[in-house]
Design a binder for this molecule. Sequence first.
Ligand SMILES: Nc1ncnc2c1ncn2[C@@H]1O[C@H](COP(=O)(O)OP(=O)(O)OP(=O)(O)O)[C@@H](O)[C@H]1O
Length: 124
Amino acid sequence: MIPPKTSYLRRRLLSFKYSFDGIAAFLSSEPHARIHAAATVVVVALGIYCRLSPTQWIDICIVTGMVWVAEMFNTVVEKIMDHLSPDYHPRVKWIKDVASGAVLIAAIVAAITGAVVFLPMFVN
Ligand SMILES: Nc1ncnc2c1ncn2[C@@H]1O[C@H](COP(=O)(O)OP(=O)(O)OP(=O)(O)O)[C@@H](O)[C@H]1O
């Protein structure tokens, strides 16, 4: 917790630090996160190799970011539910399944976008 008398600027800097701590915790504790990181590196390398246009880079950045955000929120939902309700409960199943469905939608949209951007460069 940030002490109440901390200056505004220092509060903002500490908030950034905690956010980066969260990203580092996600990367170090979740195998899915490392798979996403590897996939992101491959996509960026492919984008550089294919000399994507600025618009194509924006498309790829948006869908890649969507997958990261969905996966991180899904993980948070899982952790919250495991903490609050470790035993089997149909409502927990509903909550976890919907959160996981959000990740699937983001992944499908990313896959379609990736195919639309990259496939024409290799098929012609
Ligand atoms: N406490 C519970 N009560 C009811 N169903 C649960 C519970 N915990 C898990 N499940 C079911 O098992 C599925 C997987 O949940 P789990 O917490 O193991 O996620 P996971 O396998 O780590 O998911 P991911 O692959 O997204 O990381 C859930 O989507 C849900 O259907």
